[in-house]
Design a protein around this ligand. Structure first.
Ligand SMILES: [Zn+2]
Ligand SMILES: [Zn+2]
Length: 212
């Protein structure tokens, strides 16, 4: 699987491109301020983008949705419970003293697990509330291979967990999502977080100080 990661100031939030080497189909995950670099990566790999999938609707994860949609013409998916955040992206920006443009409406809400397919790969959606009400984990892999890679948004980080002091956040709910949903995956599963370096389920299960 092709995976490209980009992050720019001020939030250094990871935007991702995932693609199928064989069919040249792909998805874009959480396009934010780094969207131009994601568009470059897509063009360099010659990918056709099937979906723009959002792990949640905090400001830093959605400010590039309009540009990505314009570039790729692909539908945008979000969990319905985060739509109130998505619609309030301008006000979210004001909280940080940033001027942010309203983004185009999402095209569909995740309806169960999916999956949403690109080439020989697909993204299965798992609801992981806590950091925000509509947070999800995108578990990506092939039908004929049980291994998955997890794109977890801001639910879990290498050595840390998501903040729960923003509207709709809940610490106990976050811990339950991590333990019951994310830790259901085997130790070697690679985790791509919304900020910082990738990690694995095993490393976080055994060493994350917030989950001891
Ligand atoms: Zn967030
Ligand atoms: Zn974030």
């Amino acid at each position: 699987m092709i995976i490209e990661t980009r992050a720019v100031p001020p939030f250094f939030k990871n935007g991702y491109v995932a693609g199928c080497e064989e069919t040249r189909e792909g998805i874009v995950i959480d396009p934010g301020d780094e969207v131009d670099e994601l568009i470059d990566a897509v063009r360099r790999h010659g990918l056709t983008i099937r979906y723009i999938l959002l792990t949640h609707a905090h400001l830093d994860h959605v400010t590039g949705v309009g540009a990505a949609k314009k570039a790729f013409g692909a539908p945008v998916g979000l969990h319905q419970a985060d739509n109130f955040l998505y619609d309030a992206v301008v006000q979210q920006g004001q909280m940080f003293g940033l001027q942010v443009e309203q983004q185009p409406k999402v095209d569909f809400f995740y309806d169960g697990e999916g999956p949403w397919r690109f080439g020989r790969f697909a993204a299965w959606v798992h609801h992981t509330p806590g950091h925000c009400p509509g947070g999800v984990c995108l578990a990506i892999g092939r039908d004929d291979d049980a291994a998955r890679r997890l794109f977890v948004g801001d639910t879990l980080f290498a050595g840390s967990i998501g903040r729960t002091d923003l509207p709709g956040g809940n610490h106990q709910t976050l811990l339950r999502s991590i333990r019951e949903v994310l830790f259901a995956f085997p130790d070697p599963t690679v985790v791509y977080s919304g900020h910082g370096e990738p990690t694995t389920i095993g490393r976080e299960r055994h060493t994350n100080p917030f989950l001891a």
